[in-house]
Write a protein of this length. Sequence first.
Length: 250
Amino acid sequence: MLDPMNTIFIPGATSGIGLGLALRLQAKGNTVIVGGRRTGLLKQIAAEHPGIDTVSIDTTGPASITAARDELANRYPALDTLITMAGIMEPEDLLDPASLDVAERTVAVNLLGPIRLINAFLPGLLAQPSATVMTVSSGLAYVPLPATPTYNATKAAIHSFTESLRVQLHKSSVRVIELVPPATRTTLMNQQNSEVAMPLDDFLDEVMTLLEADDQAEQILVERVKWQRNAVAEGRYADVLGVLSGRYRS
């Protein structure tokens, strides 16, 4: 993925980890296309970051995904990398009937979105000599944050889906990688100034180092996320869940 010959599409990269990763990958010489719903923001990104291209896409809409795929197939026939970055994270009070709206919205963006993207783009990726799909799960796929139950569930599902995808594609030219972020200082859940979240630049530095160090890695795990990722194997699950429960309890 750090090869400057790659052509990379990152839907959901208009801010935070997605945009930061797009800029880092472009700096390595890759061709990078950022996707998002807000055309005004896409124009701003293109103006502020010369060389970054953009395409309009709503990952909750099958027709929008198909249109973006077809547009990119014409503009970038060598597209060989898909990073399914789009995601939302909202608190839910499961005692409130209105929480169902949050749950359904979260499933549409965080789970159905990546599945639909992979389904749409996979034939084109399989036609390339080599290609990559990177999914984005979370440390919360391994130990949940009780304040965001559906977010946790979608990220656990993305982890499981990624494992199956990798096995099914093992004889193909498509490599499958799972990026597993910890809490990171972005606007997701208003964590941009959180002392318990990892600074965004530190996260991106470590991710790029890991990508460069092991071109066969199946998961990209910064040190900060291993506290959650390895909790079960190391017998710490109850303790980690207790911390995550207490940190956000009122």
